[in-house]
Design a binder for this molecule. Structure first.
Ligand code: NDP
Length: 338
């Protein structure tokens, strides 16, 4: 059994020294337990937060503990009457390791032969659910309105934009680089996508939003939000989902304090800004998402791109890259072959 533990807490961007690969004996399940073989490990931006011991909505990973993460596993040995050998499950108690023992609690059954098992980590799982609830419940877009979303080719952003199109909105993506922007328009069907690395980013975003912005789905913060602020319409809604440009920051950005300017704008334009933590706030509504999203996928209305990398040992480097925008699509590590 191989596992990756948190060796030290990062200051700024994580480095490979913050992780340690360990090899142990394969664990043995007791009565009422199963041995899970990890097939896919999800890498997600929130993992940076769990590496830090700053106070947050969730407990940090302890030093020496296995890194947290969602996994799609197969049952290799079953000592539990409800689980058959070979069956697929979604687990949040396995994390960055190739095998783990689990009780039945916390395992979500995915069936004997799911057509796309890894989708449970992305479009049919936590990121897709985040996009669905944040956009529809907080953003509440109306047909003809303009939605802007950054990290536009990632699992959250890509889903936000496509649901926005299904609801009749004009959707403008923001992504890092020409390939990602082309993908957002040509494959995901966004109306436009602007490269945040462009020297004229703010002007290009303004040109792509001639009627202003009604819903800004906040994934990144920082310079992107700066460019969005002057374009916000009266009664705009801002679901605050993530602030990835700040996750590695060790201090506040340089420059004048613009908080009072922003608060003034929120007041005079009656802008709604609302943060959310997906399972804490919306866990009880998972069924609605599951029903709509399976139907949209079956009808070909939602496109989904994954980046599947091989080998547990490569997870640290891939997570470090994710925080710098190196991934293109939902980042997944293939830990074992099915
Ligand atoms: P992605 O796969 O989209 O990966 C993150 C992307 O963020 C990168 O690929 C990069 O895309 C972009 N990015 C990184 N740094 C910057 C930067 N400095 N400026 C602008 N963009 C940057 O991630 P997810 O779709 O999984 O997650 C998107 C957001 O949603 C994250 O902020 C995450 O924390 C949040 N989230 C929140 C949840 C909640 O419950 N509130 C639940 C799930 C996710 P590019 O190259 O295009 O810039």
């Amino acid at each position: 059994n191989r596992r990756i533990v948190l060796a030290s807490r990062p200051v700024g961007a994580p480095t490979s020294d913050n992780f340690r690969l360990e090899t142990l004996a394969k664990p043995e399940p007791k009565q009422g337990e199963v041995l899970l073989r990890t097939i896919y490990l999800s890498l997600d931006p929130y993992m940076r937060g769990r590496m830090s011991d700053a106070k947050s909505y969730a407990e940090p990973v302890a030093l020496g503990e296995v890194m947290i993460g969602g996994t799609v596993c197969q049952v290799e040995v079953s000592n539990h009457p409800d689980f058959a050998v070979g069956e697929w499950v979604l687990a949040y108690n396995v994390g960055w390791q190739s095998y783990a023992v689990s009780g039945a609690e916390g395992l979500l059954k995915l069936g004997a032969n799911p057509s796309h098992p890894s989708y449970a980590l992305g479009v049919m799982g936590m990121p897709g659910f985040t996009a669905y609830m944040g956009l529809l419940d907080i953003g509440a877009p109306k047909a003809g309105e303009t939605i802007v979303v950054a990290a536009a080719t990632g699992p959250v952003g890509a889903t936000v934009g496509q649901i926005g199109k299904l609801k009749g909105a004009r959707v403008v993506g923001i992504a890092g680089g020409a390939d990602k922007c082309r993908h957002a328009v040509e494959v995901l069907g966004f109306d436009a996508c602007i490269d945040h690395k462009s020297a004229n980013f703010a002007a290009e975003l303004a040109a792509a939003c001639p009627d202003g912005i009604d819903v800004y789905f906040e994934n990144v913060g920082g310079a992107v939000f700066d460019a969005v602020i002057p374009l916000l319409n009266t009664n705009a809604r801002i679901p605050v989902c993530g602030l990835i440009s700040q996750y590695n920051a060790t201090e506040l950005p340089a420059g004048p304090d613009r908080l009072s300017l922003l608060m003034g704008l929120i007041l005079t334009k009656r802008i709604k800004v609302q943060g959310f933590i997906i399972f804490d706030d919306y866990g009880h509504r998972y069924g609605e998402f599951e029903q709509d999203m399976s139907q949209w996928l079956a009808e070909g209305k939602i496109q989904y791109r994954e980046q599947i990398e091989q080998g547990l040992e490569n997870a640290p480097e891939q997570l470090i890259g994710l925080l710098e925008g190196k991934n293109f699509g939902k980042l997944v590590i293939q830990v074992n072959q099915p």
